[in-house]
Design a protein around this ligand. Structure first.
Ligand SMILES: [Zn+2]
Length: 204
């Protein structure tokens, strides 16, 4: 199996894991990975659920988003995936999804709280927010690029009123960051509820 075939297989595997872990629903979310030794990227095609992605749904695009190989259109989110690759040469894979707790914080435009030692360590320095703009717009790509330029070492970003993007050197690493972002958001939410209950009891 060639290197590209192996990457396509990994993209299929990670896409399904994102869906099965409930990190996204319906046809939301997208995954891409750089093809080593080239200026090209493998990205899921538009309109298919991550839960149903197969190898044939991985398109090869260049850094302008032009399709070089594969059937269909690339995800409309391709613009900001490419903006991340241009801004961060160390990043080789992007996992984008809509996990419910993290999106809860993203809807408020809040940076993700990091309540655990694990989150503080693995999501350091912070998980900032990229401002909202329509999906697929140049504006959104610019907002995402701006956050990555201003925060050079981040592993993930919340997309205001939308979802998250997790980055890493491999698809597996980016998946693990996405999974941790959602687990962290859930833990932060639970902790906030406990504090709220304690505060209500104390003032009763
Ligand atoms: Zn999305």
């Amino acid at each position: 199996m060639s290197g590209i075939d192996l990457l396509k297989k990994e993209l299929e595997h990670v896409s399904r894991k994102v869906y099965e872990r409930n990190l996204t629903s319906a046809a939301g979310g997208n995954i891409s990975v750089r093809i080593p030794g080239t200026e090209n990227v493998l990205i899921k095609r538009s309109g298919i659920s991550l839960g149903e992605v197969s190898r044939e749904d991985a398109l090869i695009v260049d850094m302008d988003g032009e399709v070089l190989e594969g059937q269909g259109k690339p995800s409309k989110e391709v613009r900001w995936h490419l903006a991340i690759y241009r801004t961060r040469p160390d990043v080789s894979a992007v996992v984008h999804c809509h996990p419910p707790y993290a999106v809860g914080y993203a809807t408020l435009g809040m940076e993700l709280p990091l309540p655990t030692v694990t989150a503080e360590t693995l999501l350091a320095p912070n998980v900032p927010v990229a401002k909202a703009a329509p999906s697929g717009s140049v504006e959104l790509a610019n907002y995402v690029a701006e956050v990555f330029e201003n925060n050079p070492y981040i592993k993930a970003v919340l997309l205001e009123k939308h979802g998250i993007a997790a980055v890493g050197e491999t698809l597996e690493a980016s998946y693990n960051i996405a999974d941790l972002v959602e687990a962290t958001a859930q833990q932060a939410f639970i902790a906030s509820q406990i504090w709220a209950n304690l505060a209500a009891t104390a003032s009763a």
